[in-house]
Design a protein around this ligand. Structure first.
Ligand SMILES: C[S@@+](CC[C@H](N)C(=O)[O-])C[C@H]1O[C@@H](n2cnc3c(N)ncnc32)[C@H](O)[C@@H]1O
Length: 414
């Protein structure tokens, strides 16, 4: 099921001349950059083609939620959101206007067969198949939708959707064309919602996290949390199981596998040492390790957390002042690097999670810096700025302002 819609579709808010879709012999379609980008640049911003609201109660976006058979299936499924969401997605797809369906049909979908062996996805698919004719009758689903059509659409949905905030799953015309790389060159996030035809639609923003040249493929990481820190083989197994491809990115290539796995091992060792015995970590180890991380944001983010932990632990007897200053400096560099990537534009944080993390870290590190260090004030200011941008999510702003004036007084007295 791969065709191109014949009408022009443009849900891009930013970047219509920055990206293009191309064919690829292995990956099917790929998204490419039409110009150069620096880390932190917005590449494109897009409104979803369609989205479903996931909460079971008061689900206005699912028109057919009163259906008895539909509710019965949902109730009979295991209490696993994924299984329920699949049924919601299937029913949602049959309620879409044909022009939207055409847009979705041109996306790539991996076969669903493999899911039949897994719970809960398999149970959802089996329940849908089993009850399909009753559902169809009860919901007056058009004859255009046979059970196999629905399963094809569901395959596309599962291969291409993304969560948007905590309540929505959505499909995007451009974003859903982005392939995986274990060392991706972009970062993405839901940066707002808008209303289209009385439906809530998420807005997705994609930013560069590496230098990108015109013609480069734009990639994201499909790995979640801890999978980023697994060995090459484990990452490959995960991607093959969930997305049905064998990863051949630079981090997974044969030449880099050993280096990549050694880095992960080093990271794990460092994490263990930091949580168990600070004194064993030499500053050199820390700095050398940090210098290797520049291209992987997940590691960068995690190492920032670890280094901040070292800097923050007041129980550590930092006899060696030089060590302490260097650890704080190292942590500040990490935090600044992350700030440049995730909050490049000073008035538009892309991701609340990172914003709060960064504001907290700036504040924490400022606490540790001596009053004579000019970075103390600038770090507090950075924390305040980020929190203010987050629309006053922090209650600490006033305290911080007071603290800054105190610090200024102390610094000028020195
Ligand atoms: C969200 S879609 C990405 C766009 C897709 N290539 C297309 O043609 O529509 C995800 C699917 O693309 C393919 N894919 C993604 N990353 C890949 C990679 N690094 N190598 C090979 N195939 C990949 C897999 O089939 C995966 O299930």
């Amino acid at each position: 099921m791969s065709s191109q819609p014949n009408q022009t579709f443009n849900n891009l808010l930013i970047g219509s001349d920055c990206i293009s879709i191309h064919s690829h012999p292995i990956k099917n379609k790929i998204l490419c950059a039409e110009k150069d980008f620096e880390p932190g640049d917005i590449i494109f911003q897009e409104i979803a083609v369609t989205a479903i609201k996931l909460s079971n109660a008061n689900n206005n976006d699912i028109h057919h939620s009163e259906s008895t058979i539909f509710s019965a299936i949902i109730e009979s499924l295991p209490i696993v959101p994924l299984a329920r969401n699949l049924i919601y997605a299937a029913i949602h797809l049959t309620s879409l206007h044909s022009s939207k369906l055409d847009l979705i049909k041109c996306q790539h979908g991996n076969p669903l067969d493999k899911y039949l062996y897994f719970a809960p996805e398999g149970q959802a698919i089996a329940a849908l198949t089993h009850y399909y004719f009753e559902i169809k009758k009860e919901l007056s689903i058009s004859d255009l939708f046979s059970c196999s059509t629905i399963l094809d659409l569901l395959a596309i949905w599962m291969t291409n959707y993304s969560t948007a905030g905590s309540q929505y799953h959505a499909i995007y015309y451009y974003w859903s064309r982005m392939n995986h790389d274990c060392k991706p060159n972009t970062h993405h996030g839901t940066t707002g919602f808008t209303t289209v035809d009385n439906q809530t639609m998420p807005i997705r923003t994609v930013r560069a996290i590496q230098k990108i040249h015109k013609g480069d493929e734009l990639t994201i990481s499909y790995l979640v949390g801890e999978t980023n820190f697994q060995s090459t083989q484990m990452r490959k197994d995960y991607l093959s199981l969930h997305y049905q491809f064998t990863c051949s990115c630079s981090r997974c290539s044969t030449e880099n596998e050993i280096i990549s796995d050694a880095l992960i091992y080093q990271y794990k060792t460092l994490e263990y040492q930091i949580h168990n015995n600070y004194q064993q970590i030499s500053l050199n180890d820390l700095l050398t390790f940090k210098s290797k991380l520049s291209l992987n944001n997940w590691l960068y983010y995690s190492i920032s957390q670890l280094i901040c932990t070292v800097a923050a632990d007041s129980s550590v007897d930092f006899d060696n002042n030089h060590y302490r200053t260097a650890v704080i400096e190292c942590a500040l560099q990490c935090v600044k690097h992350l700030r440049n990537i995730y909050l490049q534009s000073p008035d538009a944080p892309t991701n609340e999670y990172y914003s709060i993390f960064l504001a907290d870290k700036y504040e924490q590190l400022a606490d540790f810096l001596p009053p004579s260090d000019s970075q103390k004030i600038s770090s507090y200011k950075e924390a305040i700025k980020i929190r203010k941008i987050c629309q006053g999510k922090s209650k600490k702003i006033d305290n911080l302002n007071e603290e800054i004036s105190q610090v200024k007084k102390t610094a000028s007295a020195n």
